[in-house]
Design a protein around this ligand. Sequence first.
Ligand code: 7TS
Length: 403
Amino acid sequence: MFPVEKIRADFPILQRQVNGKPLVYFDNAATSQTPKVVIDAIVDYYSNYNANIHRGVHSLSQEATDKYEQARIILQKHFNARQAYEMIFTSGTTHSINMVASGFSKLLAKGDEVIVSALEHHSNIVPWQMLCEITGAKLKVIPMNQEGALMIDAYENLLSSKTKLVFCNHISNALGTINPIKEIIEKAHSVGAAVLIDGAQSIPHMKVDFQELDVDFYVASAHKVCGPTGMGFLYGKQEWLEKLPPYQGGGEMIETVTFEKTTYAGLPHKFEAGTPNICGGIAFGVAIDYMNSIGLDEIAAYEQELLEYGTKKLEEIDGVTIYGTSNKTSVISFNVGEIHPYDIGSILDKLGVAVRTGHHCTQPIMDFYQIPGTVRASFAFYNTKEEIDIFIEALKKAIMMLS
Ligand code: 7TS
């Protein structure tokens, strides 16, 4: 039995009430909640060893540097990167994607092609459009089908010797679809293209192995995996990170500076200009350790149970349409008849249930289904079937009020 009650006790926020009702937090795809071990690590950092890193000879600075670099190793081991310096700390997925897109502005030329999937979050579309504007490269799109899955045959037809980069998410935030990224990566490599995978929605739900995937770049955010906001990573294969120019100039990313010429530091410092989110990095490592203490396979199995239960309960309600029905994680995106998702979300909130409504930063997916948005309930390993029952009753009340 998955020890969900014991796990819930780790999350102080789950004790609170919202609008006089016990909180039912089903907005985990937007951000996950924070266990006490991570909160304690943040308090410990600011209470006991707050200092700038990589520069001081003094003890506090050395302690902070050691903990920050240990966190990098925790990430390296967890994701099976070849080297710790292939894990670049960033402020999150968006930042990481922009770093790679900016770097490729020096590597692409007119006539080159890049491929994006139809299932992307705007943060994995807009930076590449900006890149194409600068370089004259062409953006092509892997289409999706009605089930919310990517059409891999069509992808094969898009690939050619002109393809330089493919970017795709591991899991769609709007629908929960798990994309066949190993196949996507293999096919891209067969024409010599590099691949960036957006793992914002995958790392909370599954074990990811960078070497096994043979992925070139993989990016994610700490706040989706029980860590703090404003923190994330860019993983890049060493040969790619060496090829890319630095993203920002500044302190810490240099080897020598003169007014005539500056030389850059090695990895990872070349991409980590300025004082980073030191506490955030340390807390990210603690969050990953916490997830591993529960076990990602156990988490995935339990979340699938929640997904099946929630889907069955929702399907019993008249007028419900669920979007995204292929192999997926614990995300249910739905509408009820013609009722606007925002209206449902507002009433659910009055009843203590937190969901996200709207286009989820995936307007192309909403356009595909010809809808303005959805209500999205996304479950985490600390949610329960009893909470799903509360959500279903609240939803029925909302439908009654709005029909
Ligand atoms: N990529 C995917 C697949 C995401 O789900 C998100 C955030 C991002 C990128 C951006 O991550 P950030 O940490 O840089 O903001 N997704 C969501 C969501 O679904 N609801 O709120 C944020």
